[in-house]
Design a protein around this ligand. Structure first.
Ligand SMILES: [Zn+2]
Length: 219
């Protein structure tokens, strides 16, 4: 059975091009959603500052397809309290995941224990089915369709990505950008394990320019 959904208002300006995905892992990109806008604005860079922003990010991250995103935005208009609770929870979970990303290599660490608790709570309370569905551009997307609370499953793919990081023991390769002003985190997939910057185009180049300026001063 296919439900035909009418498109709703455009979902924010969070198109894939306007958002930065440099984490190499979905859960790390989710952590970075606090500062994911390519054109940084003073003060307001958090895509989770509204439910629409949350859905826009999930859509840009290809967790939700356009049809399901539109359905979620429409449901949020019908159930604003539940929607604002969902985005509130998303921000809280993001804090927990950030703590895991920043100091999660020790399994006895409090941040890790807290993250495991939250991961299990979300995995445990949500029921639904997985589906592979075709996208309008001819590709495919894997969707998780929840039963029960309509917003309960939104964080599942993010949480599963964090669970994968724990299970596969790859937290030791999770790093924070070497620029002290940048809080972005990423999985270092480089062969030599020496990736330092969230992006060469921004933080990497800033560091390069600063090094260059210091060099000129010394000459
Ligand atoms: Zn950076």
């Amino acid at each position: 059975m296919t439900t035909v959904l009418q498109p709703t208002a455009p979902i924010l300006d969070s198109t894939p091009d306007s958002l930065i995905f440099v984490g190499e892992r979905l859960w790390l990109d989710f952590v970075n959603s606090a500062d994911a806008l390519r054109a940084r604005r003073p003060g307001r860079n958090d895509v989770l500052d509204s439910f629409d922003g949350f859905i826009g990010w999930l859509s840009a991250a290809r967790v939700l397809d356009a049809e399901r995103s539109a359905a979620m935005v429409r449901r949020a208009q019908q159930q604003p309290t539940a929607a604002s609770a969902a985005v509130h929870e998303a921000r809280r979970i993001r804090n927990v995941l950030r703590a895991l990303a920043e100091k999660g290599t020790d399994e006895t660490d409090r941040a890790t224990q807290l993250a495991i608790g939250e991961i299990n709570r979300i995995l445990g309370r949500s029921a639904g089915t997985r589906r592979v569905e075709s996208r309008a551009d001819g590709g495919f997307v894997r969707n998780f369709v929840t039963v029960g609370d309509v917003f309960a499953g939104l964080l599942i793919p993010v949480i599963e990505s964090a669970a994968d990081a724990l299970v596969s023991g790859e937290l030791f390769r999770v790093r924070q950008c070497a620029d002290a002003r940048c809080a972005r985190v990423f999985y270092d997939a480089s062969r030599n394990g020496k990736r330092r910057w969230c992006e060469m185009a921004t933080c990497g180049n800033r560091a390069k320019a600063a090094r260059h300026r210091r060099k000129i001063k010394r000459v």
